[in-house]
Design a protein around this ligand. Sequence first.
Ligand SMILES: [Zn+2]
Length: 211
Amino acid sequence: MSRSHSTSALIVVDFQNDFVNGSLTVPNGVDIADNLNLLKKHKLFDLVVLTIDWHPHGHISFASSHPGKKPFESIEVSYGTQMLWPDHCIQDTEGAEIHSSMHVSHKDIQVKKGYNPMVDSYSGFLELDKKNKTELDDILKKHHIRDIYVTGLAYDYCVKYTCLDGIAFGYNVHLIEDAAKGITPDGVETATKELEGAGVKLVKTQQVLNR
Ligand SMILES: [Zn+2]
């Protein structure tokens, strides 16, 4: 049974080998594992969802798919500016598996994103062209979830976009800031301002454990 006053879900964004210790490592990303495990252990949430970045070979977000381009350059695509990344989280490879430092329960629901070859998906809810939804919103609605607590990698990309779409989809969104890590300090600072401006509440793990 949940101690929360309304139904809530913990969302762990992309805690996968390639982001924790692989081709697109988020600095110190592994450090959030302890907090993720604490948050999961205390059964505070009605639902735990793990988003999984799940790209086919040759994905549009890979620099290797665009001759002459390097990772961390950007290109213009039909839905706007696309940052290019090293190949990462390729379907059915070790890099796409959840990192072993986080305990996974059989009750955790996994939601895949980024499987469309021609569109990237930072958000757990919606692809970057804002057209196609993942399963996340339907799963949360089916469980009558009103509050989501977002954690994971990377703060300045997939965590940020998941939070912003969470607001757009009508959820109360809480970002557990010491259970998320970003790619750059500047990126985190900018993202934080944007998130607070959008109505995302920033909280710490201990506050959530004590609520
Ligand atoms: Zn990706």
